[in-house]
Ligand binder design. Structure first.
Ligand code: SF4
Length: 320
């Protein structure tokens, strides 16, 4: 479900980390990334490990502090919010992690895990909170009886249902899902992706969906952003990026995923080498050492982002 009202607008987002070596330049984990997401829509961010997609998701929620850029959410600029205003805003923007229990106390029951965000945000009295927990378990397809159980009693798919329930119990507007199905078997992945889509329709949720898996991203996204070494190299509608990829990196990523129809012809593009060290990225276009279309200019000049059509962008010297 897509409408034209922009819920999240991110402009010029940067996140730099110290390289840990004296005098060495910082690592540009996210380098001037811009995008927006319409209310009720899903933007899928895809790229290999280390491309900055997870750092982008966490920076948007200010779980880590961006180095520069603007994040406008629900009409408010998040980068200038005080810690207390940000805490209040967090009710509206939540995160689903790859392993939702990694940071939780294993002695807590599922009921306590789910009630905690309501307590943190001062929502409802105790009896109402218990009812909300029962309701949310229903909504994610788990029995209410599970409220008294502990995380270790659950399968991976059930744990992720709890992770989703915990994220949506405060009824947020935006959910950032970071590799939310990556640790699951393929059949369970499909169930969780379907659950996320059903919840999106029912609750009007907006998703920023982060994954290394283009097949997963394609399944859930209205728009796709492709990242490489901290930069957004291509973005556009799901149909456009998937059916007519422009950037050589997107073309290579797509060539590696299984075809949907036997008569669909897609030549496998094998990329040379592995993703470079983000602490010492290649000059010019970061992708140039691996790019089958590399030209001289690519080695020295970073390409600008070009708008090819409404909402379709690419950063590559082939499209000047
Ligand atoms: Fe390849 Fe050059 Fe385009 Fe980079 S700018 S993707 S090296 S053609």
């Amino acid at each position: 479900m897509t409408n034209s009202h922009t819920l999240l607008n991110v402009t010029g987002l940067k996140k730099q980390f110290s390289s840990g070596r004296r005098g060495a330049p910082p690592v540009k984990a996210v380098d001037d990334v811009s995008f927006d997401i319409a209310e009720g829509a899903t933007l899928g961010l895809v790229g290999e490990s280390g491309c900055g997609k997870s750092t982008t998701g966490r920076s948007v929620l200010r779980l880590i502090e961006p180095t520069a850029g603007n994040i406008n959410f629900m009409g408010q600029e998040l980068t200038g919010l005080s810690p207390s205003a940000l805490r209040a805003m967090r009710r509206n923007m939540q995160m689903v992690f790859q392993d939702p229990f990694a940071s939780l106390n294993p002695r807590m029951t599922i009921g306590e895990v789910l009630e905690e965000p309501l307590i943190v945000h001062g929502l409802f009295d105790r009896a109402t909170r218990k009812r909300k927990v029962a309701d949310i378990l229903d909504l994610v397809g788990l029995s209410q009886r599970y409220a008294d159980r502990h995380p270790h009693e659950f399968s991976g798919g059930q744990r992720q249902r709890v992770g989703i329930a915990r994220a949506i119990i405060t009824r947020p507007k935006l959910v950032v899902a970071d590799e939310a199905v990556s640790a699951l078997d393929v059949s369970i992945q499909a169930q969780i992706l379907n659950l996320l889509q059903d919840l999106q329709k029912e609750l009007g949720l907006t998703y920023l969906f982060v994954s290394h898996d283009l097949a997963v991203i394609r399944h859930v996204s209205d728009r796709i952003g492709v990242m490489y070494l901290g930069r957004m190299v291509e973005s556009g509608s799901c149909e456009s990026v998937y059916n007519f990829p422009k950037h050589p990196y997107t073309q290579a990523l797509l060539s590696a995923i299984p075809r949907e129809h036997p008569d669909q012809v897609r030549e496998r593009i094998v990329l040379q080498g592995s993703i470079p060290n983000p602490a010492a990225p290649p000059s010019g276009c970061h992708f140039h050492p691996r790019c089958p279309s590399c030209m001289e200019i690519c080695k020295t000049q970073a390409p600008q982002t070009t708008a090819l059509a409404a909402g379709e962008y690419v950063s590559c010297h082939l499209y000047r």
